[in-house]
Write a protein that binds this ligand. Structure first.
Ligand SMILES: [Zn+2]
Length: 250
């Protein structure tokens, strides 16, 4: 049996389709357009904004007429979409910020160095000789995962001692849909993206997964074990649910 804490929102992948613009009322609206095997034009507004799909034979003029017909709906949905909380996409340039343990740290690109270090709210990333952005991002994420592993390991041993069990084996996950998982063989998986959140939320997930070593379910008895380890669990559970909308996309 696998138990998990659901993430409320999975981060968006890169949007598909070509970007086009249309004027609706006084507003210029961008949308992603793609051809699809379908009978009619379809339109959705989701985490990626406005997306339109049309059959191969439809002209752009027809597509635009279709969007204009629904202009009021589009504009209302888009303004709701803009007001909704949205994860920040980190662009890995000098001065960009990223949350680590709930605190924003500023990215500083350091020429002539290869290492990565965290001091006084600055994440110094050495620009290796061939420091193209993709490689830099990859190195930084690997470093962040390493830190996550070390920290989560420490917190697991603190709470395992409190529960009176040996520290379980830890694996990092990058699952899109869960914070943590405790398996019947006693291994605990924690989502490395928890490292963006304040320590008390990391601790809640640790306590939650460890409590599954006693109760492999979400019964009242399970929550009593959680409460014994982490008295403020109700508050943390709510906070965690809200935080999942704000995880940065690295
Ligand atoms: Zn659970």
């Amino acid at each position: 049996m696998q138990l998990e804490l659901p993430l409320a929102l999975a981060p968006a992948a890169a949007p598909a389709g070509s970007l086009r613009y249309i004027q609706l009322g006084g507003e210029v609206v961008g949308y992603r357009f793609r051809r699809a095997r379908r009978r009619s034009i379809g339109m959705v507004i989701d985490d990626e904004g406005l997306r339109v799909a049309a059959p191969g034979h439809t002209s752009i003029a027809e597509v635009e007429a279709f969007i204009r017909e629904k202009a009021r709906w589009v504009l209302r949905k888009l303004s709701e979409w803009r007001a909704a909380p949205r994860p920040q996409v980190v662009n890995w340039s000098d001065g960009a910020t990223i949350a680590l343990l709930g605190v924003p740290v500023t990215i500083e690109l350091v020429p002539g160095r290869r290492d990565i270090s965290l001091h006084d709210g600055r994440l110094g990333i050495g620009l290796a000789s061939r420091g193209e952005p993709a490689a830099l991002r990859k190195r930084a994420i690997a470093w962040i995962k390493e830190r996550a592993r070390a920290l989560f390991g420490e917190r697991l041993s603190v709470y395992a001692a409190r529960l009176g069990v040996p520290t379980p084996a830890l694996a990092l996950s990058s699952a899109r849909l869960q914070w943590g998982q405790c398996r019947e063989d006693g291994r605990v998986r924690l989502n490395w993206r928890l490292i963006h959140l304040p320590l008390h939320l990391v601790d809640y997930v640790v306590a939650h997964e460890l409590a599954h070593l006693r109760e492999m379910n979400h019964s009242a008895r399970f929550w009593a074990v959680v409460g014994g380890l982490y008295p403020d669990y109700l508050l943390a559970r709510r906070e965690l649910r809200e935080s999942s909308h704000r995880l940065p996309i690295l």
